[in-house]
Design a protein around this ligand. Structure first.
Ligand SMILES: [Mg+2]
Length: 297
């Protein structure tokens, strides 16, 4: 229990508001308790029950392309070990065509074309389930966001395909999108003047698909901040680690992020790290926590 309090103290120090310029958070499995990329598909299939392809088609395209990438570009290459930042950058950059394979397939087949914006915004109604079932949140995250909302700029940085459900979910707790305080950097569906999806996605050079893209977006956020460089990044997976290294201070809310940081030689501390319990450093830059209760208490 003492170590838990100590990790809590360290995170609080990291979030010291007099120095803090902003927090950047991943969405899926960081703010939410489960990956929610399938929601956009479920909405499309609900609106178009006659659509000839199901989710497994798009997952299959992705998996094939990923296997191809690993077999032909990663195995035996310099980046295979992913044990330095340079190698991880190379690995993540190579993931871009993999991530885009299913995006392009959805566009090619017109999966989202002609679906109204409202179907995504009112996702509970479209899918006939409530938001707690569809987008369960990590324990403590609402309290954590309340602590910072309109005091520190919050950016949601996600490789998800739309922010529409995220914005709707956060609105339930009074968190409204706002250029200054709550900003979403997420790929978006494009809608026409009647609010119907064109089936396309927002600009390709702007899109956020890989850990490398997240790193570049994070670099821009830090660069655009005139008052200093103290940002804290929250993420769960290996897609988040390059962005974590970019801010230099981060909370890993999943073993994927934790293990990738460790593989690259970074020290990750926290209450779950029993081996390190006795030497939690006052200067800890990367902390592992299973949810936000440790920060929001
Ligand atoms: Mg995630």
């Amino acid at each position: 229990m003492g170590q838990l309090m100590r990790a809590e103290k360290l995170i609080k120090k990291m979030l010291n508001r007099t120095e803090l310029q902003g927090v950047i958070l991943d969405w899926d499995e960081t703010i939410t308790d489960r990956d929610s990329l399938d929601l956009i598909f479920r909405i499309a299939f609900r609106v178009k029950p006659e659509f000839p392809y199901k989710l497994n088609h798009f997952v299959g395209i992705y998996k094939d392309r990923f296997r191809d990438y690993v077999d032909h570009e990663v195995k035996g290459s310099e980046c295979e070990a992913r044990d330095t930042v340079k190698k991880e950058i190379q690995y993540q950059r190579g993931m871009k065509p993999v991530e885009l394979s299913s995006v392009y397939e959805a566009r090619r087949l017109g999966l989202f074309k002609g679906i109204s914006r409202e179907k995504f915004v009112n996702y509970e109604q479209t899918l006939g389930q409530n938001s707690d079932q569809l987008l369960p949140l990590k324990p403590g995250v609402v309290e954590f966001l309340k602590m910072l909302y309109r005091k520190v700029p919050i950016t949601i940085l996600s490789v998800n395909w739309t922010s529409l459900m995220m914005k709707q979910r956060l609105k339930e707790f009074g968190f409204e999108e706002d250029k200054e305080w709550l900003h979403f950097l997420v790929n978006e569906l494009v809608f026409d003047e009647h609010g119907m999806s064109t089936g396309n996605n927002t600009g390709e050079e702007e899109d956020i698909r890989t850990g490398y893209d997240k790193m570049m977006k994070t670099r821009q956020i830090v660069k655009d901040c005139p008052n200093g460089k103290h940002f804290v990044y929250f993420g769960d997976s290996s897609t988040d680690v390059l962005a974590m290294i970019e801010t230099g201070k981060a909370v890993a809310l999943g073993t994927g992020a934790r293990d990738q940081l460790k593989r690259m030689g970074f020290k990750v501390e926290g209450p779950e790290e029993e081996k390190n319990m006795h030497d939690l450093s006052e200067e800890a830059a990367y902390i592992f926590a299973k949810d936000f209760t440790i920060v929001a208490s």
